[in-house]
Design a protein around this ligand. Structure first.
Ligand code: FAD
Length: 511
């Protein structure tokens, strides 16, 4: 068999996660036919934001052979059970705020099927919020409890969960594992790219090591998109006409007290022209203000962030992060494939950056051409990644277009002309029935029908209830969910306690 080499450019989350995943999947550490090199220039640095993940990260870490407690300690991680959305549905009036929860747990099912129609049949004025009615996770998270106990197996527990983490520390954990799995690491600057007569990449020129060549080049160079963008010119498709935010201000705020409560959900608070993320990491809160520069200027965004954080904002540094929401429809071109920010990024809502990296890495691993032309998987890869990006664009738009907020940013978001056709069509259908698993092809989606249910009904969307026969059974299940939830909120450990136990365990081992 011919020997094949892979050169990854970039050492952020995308580069190291892809490197580790491919090294493991293709058994690079064993004597064999595939070699992986990762080239990065530490002085350029990584973007260093992206603190929320998706439950798929557990499967990825387990596949890479990273132990859960070690990951939590070394990435400054905490548990994430979902997102609490504040003030998305209505502009707050006289200090009155609205909120809803998007948990990772899917809704409980009755034997006769979905509980959703029965929740819709209940009196709107007195029924519990949707997430509280159909899962126990809402109660557990609101009680600041962890999704698992300390004796439970790595990556498992009674409730579905992901993590919050420090993005820089995550890249370091992944880098160490990738090296253990046989990835060769070069610190050097990529200066230029040589394109062959066939239009494919022939080699890359670096500052110190000269020319480097490989069979497959993976562009993980972040927004610089050195290979897929600058060298190959694969067009970038902006989605700014649908998703309007294009800037973020980000900071880290240390806790005032070491025993300050630790939320196990991201708090996403809407403001006049975007939203604020608030993420409880082990040592600090990661906070960021996301906004549209067409609707407010930087000074107004700073004032909104200051209002949220309070005077302590003056004690921390605030970074400005501009981005253009969008992606490349051709992410695999010839012998080059892009992963991470080089491939695209829409905005931080619902934390889809790392999940897209995981999807791309798994696809490259499985479709990797061990022999024959290197662009063989390109068409399929591009179709699947385009579908994934489009699915995410539609799901994120759902959060904005259902809002009844009054400010110009929100009114523009509700304009049907800015809503993708597919989402408009589904919204028309969902007026008469809830989202169903048949609405989505799960292999190309990051979000399932029940994620749509949580957002729709959290935002106060109305589906006309039908006539359903098993109301008695449904009422019994709703009551059981309520009492299980109360018990779990009592029995599960406090989130901060579990995180501290894991970290203290590390200190004892180190001592
Ligand atoms: P980077 O981290 O920018 O890494 C690029 C690498 O390329 C670096 O190592 C750099 O040194 C190297 N490089 C570039 N040019 C050269 C060169 N010429 N020579 C050598 N090396 C080079 N994702 C989530 O999953 N959840 C979130 O909550 C989330 N929030 C976000 C918030 C904001 C405001 C932004 C902008 C993004 C967010 N993301 C989030 C996305 C997430 O940050 C990225 O998907 C993730 O960090 C991967 O980045 P990357 O590795 O593609 O790029």
């Amino acid at each position: 068999m011919a020997q094949r080499s892979i050169l990854i450019v970039g050492g952020g989350t995308a580069g190291w996660l892809t490197a580790a995943y491919l090294a493991k999947y293709l058994a690079v550490a064993e004597p064999g036919d595939i070699a992986i090199t990762l080239l990065e220039l530490p002085e350029i640095g990584i973007i260093g934001v992206g603190e929320g993940a998706f439950p798929t990260i557990r499967t990825t870490l387990a596949f890479l052979g990273i132990d859960e407690s070690r990951f939590i300690r070394e990435a400054g991680a905490t548990f994430k059970q979902g997102i609490r959305f504040v003030d998305w549905a209505e502009t707050p009036v006289d200090g009155r705020h609205s909120h809803f929860f998007h948990p990772f747990e899917p809704p409980f099912q009755a034997e006769s099927g979905s509980l959703v129609p029965y929740w819709l049949l209940q009196d709107e004025a007195t029924r519990p919020p949707f997430a509280e009615a159909v899962t126990i996770q809402n109660r557990v998270a609101e009680a600041q409890r962890a999704p698992k106990r300390s004796h439970e197996a790595d990556f498992g527990g009674p409730l579905n969960y992901a993590y919050h983490f420090d993005a820089r520390m995550l890249a370091d954990v992944l880098a160490e594992r990738a090296r253990e799995l046989g990835v060769r690491h070069l610190s050097d600057r990529l200066e230029s790219v040589e394109i062959g007569t066939d239009g494919a990449i022939a080699a890359v020129r670096t500052e110190a090591q000269g020319s480097l060549s490989a069979d497959l080049y993976i562009d993980c160079s972040g927004f610089r998109a050195e290979l897929i963008g600058r060298a190959l010119g694969s067009p970038f498709k902006s989605v700014r006409n649908t998703l309007f935010t294009n800037r973020a201000l980000a900071c880290k705020l240390p806790y005032e007290r070491p025993d300050a409560p630790l939320e196990s959900y991201t708090i996403a608070t809407a403001h006049e022209a975007g939203w604020i993320w608030d993420i409880g990491l082990a040592g600090a809160r990661g906070i960021g203000c996301v906004y549209s520069s067409d609707h407010i200027d930087d000074a107004r965004a700073e004032a909104i962030l200051r209002d949220y954080v309070g005077p302590r904002i003056d004690t921390v540094s605030v970074r400005t992060l501009p981005f253009e929401p969008g992606y490349r429809e051709r992410q695999w071109v010839g012998n080059c494939v892009a992963v991470g920010l080089a491939a695209g990024f829409v905005e931080p809502l619902e934390s889809t950056g790392v999940v897209l990296i995981e999807a791309a890495a798994a696809m490259i691993a499985e479709l990797f051409p061990h022999n024959g032309p290197l662009d063989a998987p390109a068409k399929r890869f591009n179709t699947l990644m385009t579908a994934r990006f489009e699915g995410i664009v539609g799901f994120l738009k759902l959060h904005y277009c259902l809002s009844r907020r009054s400010e110009p940013f929100w009114r523009a978001n509700a304009d049907p002309a800015t809503i993708p056709d597919r989402l408009r069509d589904l919204l028309d259908q969902w007026r008469y029935r809830p989202p169903s698993r048949f609405d989505f092809t799960i292999d190309t989606e990051s979000f399932a029908f029940f994620n749509y249910q949580y957002i729709l009904y959290g935002m106060g969307f109305r589906t006309a209830p039908g006539d359903f026969p098993a109301a008695g059974e449904a009422d019994r299940i709703f009551a059981r969910i309520r009492s299980f939830g109360e018990r779990a909120a009592h029995d599960l450990p406090a989130h901060r306690t579990l995180i501290e136990q894991i970290n203290v365990g590390a200190r004892l081992l180190a001592g």
